[in-house]
Structures are given as structure tokens and as C-alpha cells.
Design a protein around this ligand. Structure first.
Ligand code: 5GP
Length: 193
């Protein structure tokens, strides 16, 4: 029953994808995403080479799950995976209100943290997250994002590692959803004009 409903919600036609009421077209192919992840992994490995602590990779659920999984396979120093869930988007736009909808899965007190985000848009999530990590007592916080919507960014937080800058358009796939669908797509799609 579930599969039949699901098939009705995501329709593939030519290289386009229809999810609910919206049509998406191919945008960033899987191979290009892998190249972006290789690049940030190299930068992080260089910066954390010889670490004597065990830095934390903090996965921001749900969107960052695919990116974090790929990134961690490329990190060559001992690191611990911790997760939390932050929510701000409904449909194709931000509500402007960020909520932590799942607490941190481990204490970060005194730990160096690498935050892994699928996409940084307005930066509101980062601001809320930085506050949480400060209160939590993390000793150092670096921000790593697969994608960055530079023109939409309104925060002052430094972003330390960026896979790729993209224009301010709504995208789907490789962890990113439209009302919880599309996260399992291997490539990234963009909302058709
Ligand atoms: P920010 O707080 O920086 O405005 O937004 C960050 C979060 O909004 C991301 O982690 C992601 O969940 C969501 N988001 C921002 N832009 C997009 C987009 O183009 N597509 C999707 N699916 N989610 C987005």
C-alpha cells in the first residue's frame, strides 16, 4: 500500500521528476557531488592531521545524513559521529523559526566539533546551532557544508568548509527533501522555473 502511494507521489518523466505538485529538473549529478565531498574531506584531513583528541562530526539531521555518511568515509583521523535534528523549512521556504527537534546524541563538553550541514541558506540554523554548542561547552566549532546559497546568507558565522556555492533556488535530492520526499535521490534536482 505504502509503495503504491509513494509511486503516485514521485513521478519520473524524461529526466524530470514530479514530487507532489512541483517539477524538478537535473542540477548537480552524483559524480560532481562526490568531487565536492572529496575536496572538503581533503581540507578537513589536512586541518585535523595528527589530532590527539577525537573530534566530533556533528550531523544535522535529516538533510545532512547522505553528505555526512560520504564525508566520514573519507576522513582519515579518529572521529566520533554525533547527531541532532534542526527544523526550519516547510515546503520550499524557511519559516524563519529554527527548532531543535532532537537533542544531541552525546555530550560535546570540551570537544572539538565539525558541524556537517547539507546546505546553508539564510544561516538561521547555524546561528541557533552555534548558541546550542556554546551552551553545551564545545571547545571549538568548525562549520562544513556541502552546498552554500551565498546570496541568501544573512548571518555572520564563518563557514570553514564549502563543497559548492549555488544560486538561491530550491533544490531536492541527496538528503534534501520537499515535504519529506526526495531525500533518496542520488543526484540533486532544482525546482523548474
Ligand atoms: P537556513 O537556516 O540556513 O536558512 O536553512 C538551512 C536548512 O534549510 C537546511 O539544512 C535545509 O534543511 C533547508 N534548506 C535550505 N535550502 C534548501 C533547499 O534549497 N532545498 C531543501 N530541500 N532544503 C533547504
Amino acid at each position: 500500500m505504502f509503495n503504491r502511494n509513494f509511486a503516485a507521489l514521485i513521478l519520473f518523466f524524461m529526466d524530470r521528476i514530479k514530487v507532489y505538485d512541483k517539477t524538478f529538473v537535473p542540477y548537480i549529478p552524483h559524480d560532481e557531488l562526490m568531487g565536492c565531498i572529496d575536496k572538503v574531506a581533503e581540507e578537513i584531513n589536512r586541518d585535523y592531521a595528527g589530532a590527539e583528541d577525537v573530534p566530533v562530526v556533528l550531523c544535522i539531521l535529516n538533510g545532512s545524513i547522505m553528505f555526512t555518511g560520504e564525508l566520514m568515509q573519507r576522513l582519515n583521523f579518529p572521529c566520533q559521529l554525533v547527531s541532532t535534528k534542526m527544523t526550519s523549512y516547510v515546503g520550499t521556504s524557511t519559516t524563519g523559526e529554527v527548532k531543535q527537534t532532537m537533542p544531541l546524541t552525546a555530550s560535546l563538553k570540551g570537544r572539538r566539533v565539525i558541524v556537517t550541514e547539507d546546505i546553508v541558506d539564510t544561516g538561521l540554523t547555524l546561528v541557533a546551532l552555534k548558541k546550542i554548542l556554546e551552551e553545551e561547552g564545545a571547545s571549538d566549532v568548525k562549520i562544513c557544508t556541502m552546498l552554500f546559497k551565498k546570496d541568501a546568507y544573512r548571518a555572520n558565522e564563518k563557514i570553514d568548509y564549502i563543497g559548492k556555492e549555488i544560486p538561491n533556488r530550491f533544490i531536492l535530492g541527496f538528503g534534501l527533501d520537499y515535504n519529506e520526499l526526495g531525500r533518496n535521490l542520488r543526484d540533486i534536482y532544482v525546482l523548474e522555473d
